[in-house]
Design a protein around this ligand. Sequence first.
Ligand code: BDP
Length: 704
Amino acid sequence: MKKYLLILILATINHLSFADDGSRLWLKYDLIKNVQQREQFSKHTKFISVSNFKNEIISKASDELKTGIEGLLGKKASIILEAKNQTGGIILEVSNHQTLTQNLADGSFAIFAKGGNIVISSKTEVGVLYGSFELLRKIQTLQSLTNISIISSPKIKIRMLNHWDNANGTVERGYAGSSIWKWNELPFRIDPRYIAYARANASIGINATSINNVNASSRFLTAEYLEKIKAVADVLRPYGIKVFISVNFRSPRTLGGLKTSDPLDPEVHKWWNEKTKEIHQYIPDFGGYLVKANSEGEPGPQDYGRTHADGANMLAEAMKPFSGIVIWRAFVYNADPNGDRFKEGFEQFKPLDGKFDPKVIVQVKNGPIDFMPREPFHPMFGGFSNTPLAMEFQITQEYLGQSTHLTYLAPMFKECLDTDTYAKGKGSEVSKVIDGSLYNNQNSLMAGVANTGSDANWCGHPFNQANWYAFGRLAWDYTLSSEQIAKEWIGMTLTNDEKSKMQINDIMQKSLPTYISYTYPLGLHHMMGEGHHYGPEPWLSKAGRLDWTSVYYHRADSVGLGFDRTGKLSNALNLYSKQINDSWGNPDKCNLNYLLWFHHIPWNKKLSTGNTLWEELCYRYYNGVNQVKDLQEKWETVENQIDSETFQSVKGRLKIQEKEAIWWRDACVLYFKEYTKMPIPSSLTPPNRTLEDVKKITEIYHLR
Ligand code: BDP
């Protein structure tokens, strides 16, 4: 009996010591198991030499190196003032003379071997911080430091998270608990998570945070909240992160008591000028404003007969004495049952191209509708030569399985960034619009709608952390491959066992095509459950607006499926260049992944695969489900190399994913079958339920 008790106790201790709740993200710094590997790294990390102890960014860099080295290598790492004839250490150096780092963007750094030491050098303190994280990443992923030689430079200036967090602690489209910002505690209590958040962001080069929802409350501009935001800004500053605020355009009325918020009214100008000055008293390096205006019911300049440029320029003027900027979102679409939402942003902003103040940058979602799992790039990219445009990606998985489906988003971000707009001929990729190089813009910005929340592991699904990580890495350097980023993240977060790394990378690379296959194959879009945006509802035909329904987008009828965006109907294709039209505009040449985005295809039309549209659609839905089973099998093979809590969490979620992939498949196949009047191909087993059965699942979601 005693023996069994002892075994039980030991097993529990063992379990506890390995249980990983994911809270340390990719900055785990667990001891490297292999002694020889540890010795190799120890040779290069005997000390950390810092000549400028007082600088708060440098001191964060040396602290991080110390913590990292002590954890990973299980030894003390001393911080010293100057390495006099000492070798085998790390030297942190801010240097203007360092030829390696001249003419490179702010935050660039070099890491190189010199005189028996490793030097991390940059023109700026924050570059030294980024270099320190890079060196730790090398150790975490077991890469040799011998003769290390790296020069790294960010391609985008402002690398930003957009939090859609509300003052009451909820998060719009958040799937990982409540807000990380504890407004009720601030400014008096600083949650240690703010520091962990800052470290995680700095480790991937994120240097800006917009802390509140774009559907903004004026409350964030009150003195009470500015004091709270200041407290957060003070925590983030030593990690090189600037704070932005999303503002409600009606604030001069709701908060200032004015009669109007008309951007051409002198009193309104004065109000914003004073408010902007006041903000700077709290936060001298304030990043600027983020504005959602005249979109989905939010107030804006059009309420007063003014344009987006009038509104943005008024705020830019208030920002003139300061370094901050104004980020104005292009996510606008008026309710027009006969129009095409695809074209709205482009058409509303096109007449304003060139009319924005240089302090304004217009933030555009990656695709023209709304963060669908696969969207063609937004035609504004390449269509606007006189306005700096920022990229807005969604890291939180509103339409991508939220926190239960495994979907790695780096391939999606990259697909958009790598697409050629042909705006100035071949080689005019979206990435070159964003980084400012195509049109010679000074400002450049990439924003990701954050997926963070109060859950212990920050992001809900353990793999959702990889999307935060990937966003930061790509904002820093969009030429990194999805594989490289995945492997880094796996090595830092899950395991460095080579075989398991390969399996997990494979899961991650296959995850997005799998998800798209059982939800939106062949370019279908916007068929999710109303409001909550989870699960299928392709039959949705009545909503607050026609362009919030599913039938508006898929246009299924007895003839075929898909939204005709050629000259025959909406002509949205016309917003793209001729070269894009030559391919996407032709149903026989169009990439099948985008086919139903642009064409209404007859059910019995033969596609390039040799199958008819109906057959291909069925095969893809069924394949998607089978691929989830593959992901599950692959995950089983890594069990011994993964912390058990994480392993079980992913395993459980994959089960949900399998069940819901079948839900999507059955809903869509049974629903479209009503239009085709054709049987499901004989090689596939038909769903064992009716369309009515599936509709009931969705109805339950809407019960009150
Ligand atoms: C949609 C979301 C909505 C956001 C909106 C936006 O459903 O909650 O407020 O985008 O980006 O995707 O403003």
